[in-house]
Design a protein around this ligand. Structure first.
Ligand SMILES: NC(=O)c1ccc[n+]([C@@H]2O[C@H](COP(=O)([O-])OP(=O)(O)OC[C@H]3O[C@@H](n4cnc5c(N)ncnc54)[C@H](O)[C@@H]3O)[C@@H](O)[C@H]2O)c1
Length: 272
């Protein structure tokens, strides 16, 4: 019997990157998946989001694990759309046990439209996570079987670094630290229901969020916003599967005592 047999997980940002890795890993452990992704770009960002084809690839990978998946294109900034995506999956799969609020955006480059960049990053990274958990919590409680919520923050949610007066960076650090506050109060509010809430704090992960042309140009120009961002362990970058392996444990019954924890998955980034 696999660790997550019969469970259902709701995952945002599942079109690619860490969200896809979570979907595939949890499916390999026996879970069915409710997936959601915007599959469209956000104009103020300097890289592209996932495409519908990438979300379809996530669907195929989960099905190749022998599990069911209900995937919806929706923007986490739109609460009604998040609720509809969650409900479509819940109706088909019949229960909910795990929520991974993972969708997020990043902009560290020189600001172009600071007010809009701040708004979009806070809306996706902070309000979007609130929408995600809010959509699922009533069904989690009603299920009466407990549950596990994982909020994807970042090392940016633990330790501030210089942004060089860029609204995108300021919003990213603020949103990721804000998630820790949300995680802690949810952990307390949901503890009586045996619903656990934790945040994870990855260092750099090899996904399109940081492996893109804008970031490459910043690296080549030795942009100051990328200084002092190294890990303690001699590992340049983590892989999405590294994060998914840790999350699969965190949402399993093996971690049934873990709640209210900000868990660094960072090769020692935050102790440097
Ligand atoms: N890659 C890193 O170095 C790193 C490090 C620490 C934390 N994180 C966090 O990990 C999470 C996953 O990022 P990733 O590394 O897989 O990057 P990614 O860009 O590959 O994946 C993010 C996914 O979220 C989706 N998304 C973006 N905005 C959305 C919206 N408004 N509604 C719904 N979906 C939306 C994108 O389409 C994409 O599929 C993010 O919250 C990110 O901030 C990333």
């Amino acid at each position: 019997m696999a660790r997550l047999d019969g469970k259902v997980a709701f995952i945002t940002g599942a079109g690619r990157g860490q969200g896809r890795a979570h979907a595939v890993k949890l499916a390999s452990e026996g879970a069915d998946i409710i997936a959601l992704d915007i599959c469209a770009d956000i104009e103020t960002m300097d890289y592209s989001n996932a495409t519908p084809a990438e979300l379809a690839e996530t669907v195929a990978l989960v099905e190749a694990e022998g599990r069911r998946i209900v995937a919806t294109v929706a923007d986490v900034r739109d609460f009604d759309a998040v609720c509809a995506g969650f409900q479509a999956g819940f109706d088909q799969l019949g229960r909910i046990d795990i929520v991974i609020a993972n969708a997020g955006i990043l902009k560290l480059s020189v600001e172009v439209d600071p007010i809009a960049e701040w708004r979009d990053i806070i809306d996706v990274n902070l309000t979007g996570v609130f929408h995600t958990v809010r959509a699922a919590i009533p069904s989690l409680i009603e299920g009466g079987r407990g549950g596990s919520i994982v909020i994807t923050s970042s090392t940016a949610g633990i330790r501030g670094k210089k942004t060089h007066h860029r609204a995108g960076g300021q919003a990213y650090y603020a949103s990721k630290r804000g998630l820790v506050g949300l995680m802690e109060v949810l952990a307390l509010d949901l503890a009586p229901h045996m619903i656990r809430v934790n945040s994870i704090h990855p260092a750099g992960v090899a996904t399109d969020m940081i492996m893109n042309a804008s970031m490459l140009a910043m690296i080549e120009s030795e942009d100051p916003a990328l200084q002092n961002l190294s890990n303690a362990l001699p590992i340049d970058v983590l892989m999405p599967e590294d994060i998914a392996n840790a999350v699969a444990w965190l949402v399993s019954d093996e971690a049934h005592f873990m709640t209210g924890v900000s868990l660094p998955l960072d090769a020692g980034f935050t102790i440097l």
